[in-house]
Design a protein around this ligand. Sequence first.
Ligand SMILES: Nc1nc2c(c(=O)[nH]1)N[C@H]1C(S)=C(S)[C@@H](COP(=O)(O)O)O[C@H]1N2
Ligand SMILES: [Mo]
Length: 205
Amino acid sequence: MAFDFFNRGRKAEADAGRVPPGQVVTKKFPVLHYGSVPNYKDLENWDFKVWGLVENPVTLSLQQLLELPQTQITTDIHCVTRWSKLDTQWTGVPFREIVELVKPKPEAKVVMAHAESNFTANVPLDVLMDEDVMLAHSFDGKPLEPDHGYPLRLLVPKRYFWKSAKWLRGLEFMAEDKPGFWEDAGYHMNGDPWKEERYGTPTWW
Ligand SMILES: Nc1nc2c(c(=O)[nH]1)N[C@H]1C(S)=C(S)[C@@H](COP(=O)(O)O)O[C@H]1N2
Ligand SMILES: [Mo]
């Protein structure tokens, strides 16, 4: 009994250190997005494009993406609306594999993620180069639910979850930073949960 209690205490302590300021842990998996969930009949016309400041722009089918090396990670996610979810498990293609393939030019400093319905999110290239960043196709060992981004979403665990674009269709390598969808609406350009970079200055200010 005493031993159990001790362990639980340690677990809570460890979790506390894992939760960024102003966040609350949830066991649920809330669904949040602007607009409607894409309704794919099939993925015949689905493709994934990488362009911009790269030596080798590519257009890949989902099949081609799945043939790239895969990775699986367990990580925490943090939404700017103040929920955090611990130990989420994702499978996908490491961002670094995409970099290997397209060879960014030295001027490339920022990447714009492009998703269905013109959703965009900007992320610094050095943040994406972390080994926990991937193009995820599975959650908990199963293909993503339509609500959560099927067939592919970006996963950037070290940034607020709005940067993890669902229904991802492309990546654009850029020299200069510019706001994506939520950044344009006033969310922070960088969005580091540990620094509580929730809001920035909207472009229309
Ligand atoms: N394409 C697209 N991706 C998106 C969004 C969106 O509006 N459109 N919203 C973002 C926001 S604000 C959050 S918090 C997460 C939510 O992901 P979830 O619904 O899987 O929890 O998706 C992000 N990715
Ligand atoms: Mo969000």
